[in-house]
Design a protein. Sequence first.
Length: 212
Amino acid sequence: MATKEISVLELQKLDPKRFEREYWDWVSNHWWEGDDTLDWFVSEQTSKGILDIDPKDVTYSGFYSQGDGAAFDARVDVLRFMRDKGYDNTYMPLYMDMENYGVSCKVSRGSHRANYMAQGADIDYTPGNCTPAGVFSDMSQEDWDTLLEEQWGYLENELATEIHEYAKDAAEELYKALEEDYDACTSEEAFIDSCECNDVTFEIEEDESCTA
């Protein structure tokens, strides 16, 4: 029986079932990495000034399966985070002491599930690193140290939880962006564009259009 070559758009119209098979075969062999989205995410987080992320410290899996997600290891500018929350004012003595200490902080991927953020944040800080200053200059060192211990006792767990939630939200934002990028790159529209750009045609029998 005679055959003829048709375009992908003609295939979609004349034989939708075969178009669907060809499309899913293309998807299964389509190479997608998400590097552009990952670069965007790292740049976006850098501009916000809270999370310092190296692209090699990001992991993700997807999509549409239970357990899919994204996570990363990152250094956290905890003082910037506190300023954004207003804690440099509400916990001014503690903020001053943490700044003098050179507080550092990091968030990490889960140890057993690399696509989820580990709980909490690892904040490296111990109270008692400066003398009373500014409006607190008249306080005794003992009272100052007691105040620092009290403020850290109030804020320690809350701050670690809030930083973790911030990082978790960022990881979810990354996963959503990766998913949207994947969907766009593997859509039927992308398949059609690929066929047209690469002059891909499909061979059908002459009378196939009559029975489709």
